[in-house]
Design a protein around this ligand. Structure first.
Ligand SMILES: *Cc1c(COP(=O)(O)O)cnc(C)c1O
Length: 404
């Protein structure tokens, strides 16, 4: 059924012609997708080992999510928050329960949810903790990725993300990632929050040492500082648990969620926290026209429904072990390092062999889609619906790419 008439080069040239070049995509033009597979405009099939940077944890077009979206499209899509709609409470309540928190504040993109967390932490600092006006400090980690707004890139340590976008928002203190003592030492009476990723995804799937988050939690509690976990990429089943920070048996004061929360259909993000924290916001102080819209809430509720069963978390943990075993066997055969948690892997290719970009280009030629992070590191984050055979296939293609 495959008719190759090579539409890809023209489609690529068109995309180049009409957009700002703020991305450097692999030369693949996708037309259709289902589950763990995408099909390009020339009918070629690719196994998706990136899953929209974890926005597609449940795979492309999961039937339950598509059904929820279709049903909602036929009823109501948007009211704005000027009115309440009938999907709102179910989504926010279901998500709050999943998080074990009192309240949820829905937004759209991840960066908006991070901005929301920053605003809430600052307001909490002034109104509850008693920090002098304008003095609030938030501690963040070296190598962080929290989004692309001007405030968020202000505390990025990646020159590519930050340079030439100043003047920068003050009020952030950067400490090394994974060093709890350095973090504790950076806390001052004006510290309102610690904002950190449980695992640094963009950083290359960097997993902090065991005990790090327990120590960070202790320092935050002892100093009346909010622990804010950015689980936008690490959360919602990716690591074999609902939240990556669960692996550390730590409960943050605020969860920041996004990506998979929208089921790969609509942008849905949120922060979840208890009333003593999120309750500092009063009408008019924060908002979003599209935040918590009916379509987003219907899809988000269906996502929460999938996560409530625990099936995806279990699958991620089980298949993650298989991924880790497969990748670990390639150490010394083209790989120099592998970090795995659930179905999420940072794979360090021997830099003498090729860059991460070259590896991803060769993987694409073999029908596997992945993305490099930095230098010679690539990230694997397949949809959690991937089968064992498909996972083995992806690892075999990587092995072939690494073989001279
Ligand atoms: C993707 C991501 C964000 C930003 O989300 P957007 O939807 O792209 O704005 C923030 N934090 C982390 C950890 C992310 O992975």
């Amino acid at each position: 059924m495959t008719t190759i008439d090579f539409r890809t080069p023209e489609a690529l040239a068109d995309a180049e012609r009409w957009t700002a070049h703020n991305y450097h995509p692999l030369p693949v033009v996708v037309a259709e997708a289902e589950g763990a597979w995408v099909t390009d405009v020339d009918g070629r099939r690719f196994l998706d080992m990136l899953a929209g940077y974890s926005a597609l944890n449940f795979g492309h077009r999961h039937p339950a999510l598509i059904a929820a979206a279709h049903a909602q499209l036929d009823r109501l899509t948007l009211t704005s928050r000027a009115f309440v709609h009938d999907q709102f409470a179910a989504f926010c309540g279901g998500l709050a329960e999943l998080c074990g928190k009192d309240l949820v504040l829905p937004m759209n993109t991840g960066a908006e949810a991070v901005e929301t967390a920053i605003k809430v932490a600052r307001k909490w600092g002034y109104q509850v903790k008693g920090v002098p006006d304008g003095q609030a400090e938030i501690i963040v980690a070296d190598g962080n990725f929290h989004g692309r707004t001007t405030t968020i890139v202000s505390f990025s340590t990646d020159p590519e993300a930050r340079a030439d976008f100043g003047p920068y928002t003050p009020g952030f203190v950067v400490v090394p990632y994974g060093d709890a003592a350095a973090l504790a030492a950076a806390i001052t009476p004006n510290t309102v929050a610690v904002l950190v990723e449980p695992i640094q995804g963009e950083g290359g799937v960097l997993i902090p040492p065991a005990g790090y988050f327990a120590a960070v939690r202790e320092a935050c509690t002892a100093n009346n500082v909010l622990l804010v976990a950015d689980e936008i990429q690490s959360g919602l089943g990716r690591t074999g648990k609902t939240f990556a920070i669960e692996h550390e048996n730590v409960i943050p004061d605020m969860y920041v969620l996004g990506k998979a929360l929208g089921g790969g259909i609509v942008p849905v993000s949120a922060v979840a926290a208890n009333r003593d924290v999120l309750g500092v916001l009063k009408p008019g102080e924060h908002g979003s026209t599209f935040g918590g819209n009916a379509l987003a809430c219907a899809v988000g509720s269906a996502v929460v429904g999938l996560l409530r069963t625990g099936e995806f978390q279990e699958r991620s943990a089980r298949l993650g072990q298989r991924l880790q075993d497969g990748l670990s066997a390639l150490i010394g055969k083209g790989l120099v390092g592998v970090r795995c948690r659930g179905l999420w892997a940072g794979v360090d290719i021997d830099p003498a062999l090729m860059t991460g970009r070259q590896a991803c280009e060769r993987l694409a030629e073999r029908g596997v889609l992945a993305k490099d992070t930095h230098g010679s590191t690539i990230r694997l984050a397949p949809p959690l619906v991937i089968t064992e055979e498909e996972l083995d296939h992806a690892v075999a293609q990587l092995a072939a790419v690494l073989t001279p």
